[in-house]
Design a protein around this ligand. Structure first.
Ligand SMILES: Cc1ncc(COP(=O)(O)O)c(C=O)c1O
Length: 438
C-alpha cells in the first residue's frame, strides 16, 4: 500500500497544472468534467496537444494514448491526411444549412463498406443514431418493445442508459425495454415468442467493446431467430464499425443486420454518427409516396452531415477501405496482449489481457482467468469473471499514468499508428506498474 501512495504522491507532484485546471473546472462543470468517464481521483490529467499515438498534458508529461478519442481515432491523433481534409474544408465553410456533395461521398463510402446498408442518415452522436434505430424499428414493425442484452452499452438515451432505475427517466419508458442475458438463445427465444417486440439491439463485440465477449455462433443464431420471429436485428457498430474489419462485424462474419448504428471512426475524429440498413425499414425517413405505410419519421439535427465532419469522414473511410488500418491496429494489439500477459505471469499477478480486433481489456484479481481460459469462461456463461476490479483498475491506471501511459480505465484502444516503440514503452510501464500493486 505504501508504494501505491508513493504513486499517488508522484502523480500529484508532476501535475500541478492539471490540478489547477481541475480546480477551475469544478466551478464550471458538475464533477469538474464533461464526460463521466473522464472523472478521476484525485484529479484528471488535462491534455494540451496530441499527435500520432502520443499526447501531452498541461505540465508537459508525455503519454502513449489508449483512449484514441474513445475509439474514434483509428489513424491516431492529428493524422496529416485528416488535418489536410479538415483544414481545406474549414476555409470553405462548416455549416451550409444545405445539401452538399461531400455528404453523398461520405454516405456512399459507408454504403460500400457496410454490406447491410442500403440507405442511411447521419446524426451528430452514436446516442442519436441508436435513438433513431429504435424509432425506425418501432415504426416498421408497429410494435413497442425493444430487447437488449444485459450489460451491453448503447449510449445514454432514456431507453437504454445503463442502470436499473436511473433518476430522471420515467418507469414507463424503461418498461418498453426487455433485457435478456447475452449468449442465451433460449432466453431470447422466450422473449421473441411474444408478439410485441420491435427489435433486438446488441454490441456485436459483446458488452463494453468486447469486455464480455459473445460466444461463437451466438450472432448467427440470433440472426436466424429474429428473422423467423419478425423482430428487427440492430447491430450497434458504433465501436466495431470500420475497426473489427473495414466492414465492421457484419463484414467480418457475413451477417446482415436489418439496421446498424455507426459512430466514432465514421466521422474521422470529428463529431458524427450514422444509422443505416434495409431500404424498406429506412423508408420511414422518405417523403411523400415513398414513405412506408407507417408514415414519415421526423429527422432534423443542425449538425447532421455537416461539411467538416463529412470531410474528415471521407478522408478516414477512404483510408479504412484499404483494410490496412484495422489489420495493422489488430496486429499491434496482439503483440501488446502477448507481452502484457507475459508480464502478468512474471509478476505472478492473477488476471489477463484479452480482446478482439484492436480493443484490449485488462482484468486483474484472484478470480480473473488467464487469457487462454477466456473462451471457456465465455462458453460457460461466467462473464462476471471478466469484470474488472474497480479498485485495482484505478490503481493500475494511476500507476500507468505516472509511467507515461494513459489507459481507458481497464480498456486499451489501439490505433494503426501505435509503433513498436509505443508497444515497448507500454510493456515497460506495465511491468513497473504491476510492481506497485498491492
Ligand atoms: C456501442 C456504443 N454505442 C453507442 C455509443 C454512444 O455513442 P456517442 O458517445 O457518440 O453518443 C457508444 C459510446 O461509446 C458505444 O460504445
Amino acid at each position: 500500500m505504501a508504494e501505491t501512495s508513493g504513486t499517488d504522491a508522484e502523480y500529484r507532484a508532476k501535475r500541478p497544472g492539471s490540478k489547477a485546471l481541475y480546480q477551475r473546472a469544478l466551478g464550471v462543470f458538475p464533477g469538474g468534467v464533461t464526460h463521466d468517464a473522464r472523472y478521476a481521483a484525485p484529479f484528471p490529467i488535462y491534455v494540451d496537444r496530441a499527435r500520432g499515438a502520443r499526447k501531452w498534458d498541461a505540465d508537459g508529461n508525455e503519454y502513449v494514448d489508449y483512449w484514441m478519442g474513445h475509439g474514434a481515432l483509428l489513424l491516431g491523433h492529428a493524422h496529416p491526411t485528416l488535418v489536410d481534409a479538415v483544414t481545406r474544408q474549414v476555409q470553405r465553410g462548416t455549416q451550409y444549412g444545405a445539401c452538399h456533395e461531400l455528404e453523398i461521398e461520405w454516405g456512399t463510402l459507408v454504403k460500400e463498406l457496410m454490406p447491410s446498408v442500403e440507405r442511411l442518415r447521419f446524426t451528430s452522436s452514436g446516442t442519436e443514431a441508436v435513438q433513431m434505430a429504435l424509432r425506425l424499428a418501432r415504426a416498421y414493425t408497429g410494435q413497442t418493445k425493444i430487447v437488449k442484452l444485459d450489460d451491453h452499452f448503447h449510449g445514454w438515451t432514456d431507453y437504454l442508459a445503463p442502470g436499473d432505475a436511473p433518476p430522471g427517466i420515467p418507469g414507463e419508458t424503461r418498461g418498453t425495454v426487455v433485457t435478456v442475458p447475452p449468449n442465451d438463445i433460449e432466453a431470447l427465444a422466450d422473449v421473441l415468442a411474444r408478439d410485441d417486440v420491435a427489435g433486438l439491439i446488441l454490441e456485436p463485440s459483446g458488452a463494453h467493446m468486447g469486455g464480455a465477449p459473445l460466444r461463437q455462433g451466438y450472432l448467427q443464431e440470433v440472426r436466424e431467430l429474429t428473422e423467423r420471429r419478425g423482430a428487427l436485428l440492430i447491430f450497434d457498430e458504433v465501436v466495431t464499425g470500420f475497426r473489427w474489419s473495414a466492414g465492421g462485424v457484419q463484414g467480418l462474419l457475413g451477417i446482415k443486420p436489418d439496421l446498424s448504428t455507426f459512430g466514432k471512426i465514421v466521422a474521422g475524429g470529428l463529431p458524427g454518427a450514422a444509422v443505416g440498413g434495409r431500404a424498406d425499414v429506412m423508408a420511414a425517413l422518405e417523403f411523400g409516396e415513398a414513405t412506408g405505410p407507417q408514415g414519415h419519421i421526423l429527422h432534423p439535427g443542425t449538425f447532421n452531415a455537416n461539411p467538416l465532419s463529412a470531410a474528415a469522414g471521407v478522408a478516414m473511410l477512404s483510408s479504412v477501405a484499404t483494410g490496412e488500418p484495422s489489420e495493422q491496429a489488430a496486429r499491434t494489439a496482439r503483440v501488446l496482449a502477448e507481452a502484457m500477459n507475459a508480464a502478468l505471469a512474471r509478476h505472478q499477478v492473477g488476471g489477463c489481457v484479452h480482446g478482439e480486433s484492436s480493443v484490449l481489456h485488462i482484468v486483474l484479481g484472484p478470480d480473473a482467468p488467464r487469457a487462454d481460459e477466456v473462451p471457456g469462461v465465455v462458453a460457460r456463461g461466467a462473464l462476471h469473471r471478466l469484470r474488472a476490479d474497480r479498485s485495482l483498475t484505478a490503481q493500475l491506471r494511476r500507476a500507468m499514468l505516472v509511467n507515461g501511459v494513459d489507459l481507458m480505465s481497464s480498456t486499451m484502444i489501439v490505433s494503426a499508428v501505435h509503433t513498436d516503440e509505443d508497444v515497448e514503452r507500454t510493456v515497460d510501464a506495465f511491468d513497473s506498474s504491476l510492481a506497485t500493486l498491492p
